[in-house]
Each structure stands twice: as C-alpha cells, then as structure tokens.
Design a protein around this ligand. Structure first.
Ligand SMILES: Cc1cc2nc3c(=O)[nH]c(=O)nc-3n(C[C@H](O)[C@H](O)[C@H](O)COP(=O)(O)OP(=O)(O)OC[C@H]3O[C@@H](n4cnc5c(N)ncnc54)[C@H](O)[C@@H]3O)c2cc1C
Length: 363
C-alpha cells in the first residue's frame, strides 16, 4: 500500500469499522460500517459489487484530499482505492497515451511523465490524491486542467453493472466539475492521458508562474523547471501536503471561484468600490470568474482567521480551511465555512460554493 496516502499509523485492520478521519487530509470524519481496500481494477469492481449485494451504500475514497466527511461518518462500505501503476497504450511520433490505474498517486504520475519528457501534466505537480480522482472535479492548477489531456476513462457503471469506456467528450468536464462529481453511478478504474513528447512544458498560462520562471505568459520552459517552480509556489501557500505542517491539513481550496453573470459582476464592483477592482478573469460567454480568496479576505476573514475547536483559515492561503489542531470535529469546520460564506454574501452579495465533496454534512 502506498505511503503517500493518509493512512492510520497504527490501529484497525482495514475491514474494521474504523473512523474515517485518518483517511482524509482534513483528519475529519466519523466511522464507516466497513472499510475495504482494493488494489486492482477487478478488486475495485468486486468490492463495490459485494457491498451492493449486501444492500449497503458505497463510498469510494482514494487520497481523501477532496472530501469533508460528517462526524456521524458513513453508514455503509467505504472502498479504499489503492490500485497502482500506468502503461503506454498508444504512441506516435508526437504523442504518447498512458493508461493510469485509479489509485496511482497523482504526483508520482506527474513526476514520472516529467522525467520521461511527456508534456501536459507538469503544472499539476503537487496536487495531492489519486489519478482516478482527477477527472471527478477536472483537477486544475497554474493554468492546466486534466480535461486538456484526458482522452477517456474506464469506469464501472453501478446503474448497469458493467465496465464502460467514456470518451473525454462525454465526461462533461467543466470548471472543477464533470459528470462524475456528486454522482455515485461511476467508479473510475483507469484514466487515459494523451501527452506530447516534448522536453518543454505547454505554453505557461498563469501569470504568477510565468513571473516565478522569469518568462512571459505563453512561453514554454523545460518540464523539470515548470514542475520545480510549481512545487515551490505551492509549498509557499501550504498547497503541498506536509504531515508536519497543520497549514496543509485541508482540502486545498475550500471554495470555488464564483462565476458571475455580467450583471452580478457589475453589482459586485459597486459594492466593492471602496476596495479597488476585484481580481477577475473573463469566462466563456458573458461571464466573469472572480477570486474567492479576495472576497473572503476583503470580507474580513484574513489568513489565520480562527473558528471553533482549532479550525482556522490557513496562515498561508485564504482559501484553505484547516483542521490545525488535528482534534476538531467536522461540525467546527462546517461552522467556520458557513461563517465565511455568510460573511462574504452579506458584504458582497456573492454566494461561495464549496469545492470538496461533502459527505453527510451540509454547509
Ligand atoms: C493541500 C491540497 C491542495 C490541493 N490542490 C488542488 C489543486 O490545485 N487543484 C485541484 O483541482 N484540487 C486540489 N486539491 C483537491 C484534491 O487534491 C483533488 O481534488 C484530488 O484529485 C482528490 O483526489 P483524492 O484521491 O484525494 O480524492 P478523494 O478525496 O478520495 O475523493 C474525492 C471525490 O472523488 C470520488 N472519487 C475518488 N476516487 C474515485 C474513483 N476512482 N472513482 C469515482 N469516484 C472517485 C470520491 O468518492 C469523492 O467524491 C487539493 C487538496 C489539498 C489537500
């Protein structure tokens, strides 16, 4: 079993109804009725089918880095995804297509592609969790999204009891979303990524990354430079997991950047007139994406802002809510998230939406 996933250092056998907290990066969540570990695609399907035959709800959990699990836990079977590895399934002069097992630790995969001179994932260095979870919310960072390189996924369709291939065009990829998010119909078994054979990154799109690399937006840089710089920037924001740093005991960004219709955006600008121009990026159509971190900060919730039981906004990043004490209940984190969401709404009239998947808890 990989040691890159949060696993209890001591304690229960995997099938014991252990608390789920140690399996999540927030270290939050009550017990499950049953915990099963699956180390291959076949075993994932079998464990899910076995739980279904017992008429139990199923929760698929991999790195636990994008879930908030309620204090009452999960009244069913949790299947821990621990399949590993990747292999080349197609190649030509310019590209290589790799098929990755769902449980492969994401950053191990990124490191391996960078080493081999396969371009397309380098800006997603340091994102925690598993490869199989990346299609769920179309993982993105520093100007790259997995939707740009995924060509398809193989998934177990729980509705029909069959294993199917789903082309990228049918995955419904959107900003931090896909058909898989908030649906328990699909269990991703493998993901195919088509990557360019190139020692250089894709064009750097993110201004902060370009600045840190000393290049212009649109330039390409050696893959290893892109990876190293992204990792450095992320570490500075508490966005690389570190067991010794409570600032990283989070789910990364807790809220998505709100996407506003033009009218709502103009209203926000009016309400924020005393604060200067809200950072914003034009979206597809007449919509504008605004910075959730800016809204939170300007509504009075700065870095380090503390809630009950030792939960707090990270001291390195306004968007990360952390279980700093390591001993809080989910209820405390939820209380902090609500306070922030309501405070931002009162100040700016904009509603923030959580990015992680909420399991048996509501914000
Ligand atoms: C410090 C930190 C930084 C982060 N930075 C980023 C970032 O930059 N960009 C970004 O997009 N995200 C980021 N995240 C969020 C998270 O790392 C990603 O969403 C990651 O892909 C989640 O992977 P996981 O294996 O931990 O998923 P889990 O948390 O285990 O699961 C998340 C959801 O996916 C479902 N799921 C997991 N595996 C499967 C599967 N095989 N089939 C079907 N459903 C599945 C689960 O049921 C759950 O609903 C960050 C998180 C942390 C803690």
């Amino acid at each position: 079993m990989s040691d890159v996933y949060a696993e209890p250092a001591t304690g229960a056998h995997p099938t014991d109804p252990a608390t789920l907290a140690p399996y999540t990066t927030l270290r939050l969540g009550g017990a499950a009725n049953r915990l099963e570990t699956a180390t291959s695609a076949e075993e994932i399907v079998r464990k899910v089918q076995e739980a279904e035959s017992r008429d139990e709800p199923v929760l698929v959990l991999a790195g636990g880095s994008n879930v908030v699990i309620g204090d009452q836990g999960f009244a069913g079977t949790v299947v821990l995804i621990r399949s590993r590895g990747f292999r080349v399934v197609a190649e030509d002069a310019d590209t290589v297509t790799v098929r990755v097992e769902a449980g492969e630790p994401w950053d191990d995969l990124v490191a391996a592609t960078v080493e081999r001179g396969w371009s397309g994932l380098e800006c997603l260095s340091g994102v925690p969790g598993s490869a199989g979870a990346t299609p769920i919310q179309n993982v993105g960072a520093y100007g790259q999204e997995v939707a740009e390189t995924i060509v398809g996924v193989e998934a177990y369709d729980r509705t029909h009891g069959t294993v199917v291939r789903i082309d990228a065009a049918d995955c419904g990829f959107a900003y931090r979303g896909s058909i898989f998010k908030y649906s328990d119909r699909w269990v991703v078994l493998t993901v195919d990524f088509r990557l360019a054979r190139s020692p250089l990154s894709g064009p750097v799109r993110y201004a902060e990354l370009a600045r840190a690399l000393g290049v212009e937006v649109g330039d390409r840089v050696p893959l290893a430079d892109a990876r190293a710089t992204v990792l450095r920037l992320r570490a500075g924001k508490g966005m690389v997991l570190d067991a010794d740093d409570p600032d990283t005991w989070s789910v990364g960004s807790f809220f998505t950047n709100p996407v506003l219709e033009r009218e709502a955006y103009e209203l926000l600008r009016e309400r924020a007139a005393d604060l200067g121009e809200p950072p914003a990026w034009p979206g597809a159509g007449d919509v504008v994406k605004v910075s959730a971190a800016w809204l939170i900060d300007k509504a009075g919730f700065g870095k380090g802002y503390a809630g009950p039981e030792g939960v707090a906004i990270s001291s390195k990043h306004t968007l990360a809510l952390t279980n700093r004490s390591g001993t809080a209940r989910t209820a405390a984190l939820v209380a902090l998230a609500r306070e922030i969401r309501d405070g931002v709404h009162d100040r700016f009239g904009v509603t923030l939406h959580p990015e992680p998947v909420l399991i048996n808890c509501i914000i």
